[in-house]
Design a protein around this ligand. Structure first.
Ligand SMILES: [Zn+2]
Length: 75
């Protein structure tokens, strides 16, 4: 009866492996993918630092990281 025990053992190992695979690679949720999308980055015209488009400062259609750099570049 050794072969039957071996088959049962293999079946248990297969199920455990399948469960582990499910645990460590869950289906990606579409909502998470949406929020994880990187924001569009703009480069400060004065110092070259990359700033997210939502916090960029636009002066005369030129992107700046802060008011100081906008002022410095205007003069
Ligand atoms: Zn800057």
């Amino acid at each position: 009866m050794f072969i039957i025990r071996l088959i049962i053992l293999l079946a248990i190992v297969a199920v455990l492996l399948w469960l582990l695979k499910r645990l460590f690679s869950p289906e990606p949720e579409p909502e998470k993918l949406e929020s994880a999308r990187p924001e569009n980055m703009r480069q400060c015209k004065y110092c070259g630092v990359h700033v997210p488009e939502s916090s960029i400062l636009l002066v005369k259609d030129e992107p700046y990281c802060c008011q100081e750099h906008a002022d410095l570049d205007q003069h």
